[in-house]
Design a protein around this ligand. Structure first.
Ligand SMILES: [Zn+2]
Length: 240
């Protein structure tokens, strides 16, 4: 009986490990996906900033072109002045030059503001490029580490499955079927220790009479509440 219970405890411990490892393997693709999503978010933020930068540069070029146009208009108006005959025409031409001058000032002010923005963005854009490289590098490293971890987990799983096969060989077939059936229905736990009269899987008390029988340890028993196979957890023979 002692050996049977010890084998069942070993099998249970092995199954717990298998469950933990299998869960980690199952979660790995989502973690990998999460890493790529994190990178995509960071890259998108940077791309958006860079797009703003480009649009400011474009705006500045447009303003410079507008200024050039005003300059050529002004030159034409100044040429006209020389050939004007009447005072009225002269006044009109002067006003036109004056208006163009004001437009030009306004555009030059805007161009200056944009230039300042571009200068500070130039510094930032170098930073962004460096950040982007760093993010990519870190992403690659994280991916590599996760894949390595996954490889390790797959190796561990194989190891514990081999151990399980060995343990199963030492357990009676009917008992093994019973264990597997309970385990599959009871959240992966088929065997439970009972400590101070309490089943450690369902936390319900075992009736004193039954607990006494359990302490004797001469037969296999099930928890009357959760039906798991139980053993006396305080028994020295079952301590690891
Ligand atoms: Zn129980």
């Amino acid at each position: 009986m002692e050996t049977t219970i010890k084998n069942l405890i070993s099998l249970q411990n092995c199954d717990i490990q298998i469950k933990i490892i299998a869960k980690k393997i199952e979660d790995a693709p989502a973690r990998l996906k999460g890493l790529s999503e994190d990178l995509a978010i960071l890259e998108k933020q940077i791309d958006e900033e860079m797009a703003k930068f480009d649009s400011i540069k474009l705006e500045k070029r447009k303003i410079e072109k507008d200024i050039e146009e005003i300059d050529s208009k002004m030159a034409k108006s100044k040429n006209k002045l020389a050939n004007i005959k009447s005072n009225k025409e002269y006044t009109a031409a002067l006003k036109e030059i004056d208006d163009l001058g004001r437009d030009k000032n306004r555009l030059e002010e805007t161009a200056l503001e944009l230039l300042e923005q571009i200068e500070s963005m130039n510094v930032k854009s170098t930073e962004y490029k460096e950040n982007k490289d760093q993010y990519r590098k870190k992403h690659e490293e994280d991916q590599k580490a996760l894949n390595l971890e996954l490889e390790g987990l797959i190796g561990d799983l194989k190891k514990f499955e081999d151990i399980r096969t060995d343990i199963c060989k030492r357990i009676d077939e009917t008992l093994l079927r019973q264990y597997d059936s309970i385990k599959n229905h009871k959240d992966g736990v088929g065997v439970s220790a009972v400590i101070k009269g309490i089943c450690q899987a369902c936390y319900m008390g075992i009736p004193p009479q039954k607990f006494n029988e359990l302490m004797r340890g001469d037969k296999l028993m099930n928890c009357p509440h959760c039906m798991r196979i139980i053993y006396w957890g305080e028994d020295e023979r079952y301590q690891e």
